[in-house]
Design a protein around this ligand. Sequence first.
Ligand code: THU
Ligand code: ZN
Length: 143
Amino acid sequence: MTDPSDDPLLVRAREALADAYVPYSEYPVGAAVRTADGSVFVGCNIENANYSNSLHAEEVAIAEAVKNGHDEFERVAVSSGVRDGVTPCGMCRQTLAEFCDGEVEVVCDEGDDVASYALGELLPNTISLETLEEADAARGREE
Ligand code: THU
Ligand code: ZN
């Protein structure tokens, strides 16, 4: 058992919950990402009356980091503040995969414990620049 409050990155994800804007789901999510140089960026979910416009906590954390010049990440933490063992949704797994190797650890708050996954375990197949290049090459071969 790992106490989530002993994990500094997870503590940052928990703190980010306080900024969540969730009038529709009332389900706050906080995320924190640690960059290759040890910087930490956090995000929370920001909902919208047009539900599909809602931003997920992981997207906001990644956006904050990337706009500050970081595109290499070492570790990711996610919390929903309740004992539900939240994990990044499918869309966020792909968003993380754009910038994180499959070995990057994703830690998820379970209230009184921490669940740890490798990103590649959460999303074994990703769409990457190589995917697009391979499709392009395949089209070239067909012509
Ligand atoms: N949510 C996130 O912020 N991250 C995830 O990966 C899972 C879902 C948010 C979206 C919505 O505001 C709320 O949780 C309920 O789905
Ligand atoms: Zn998501």
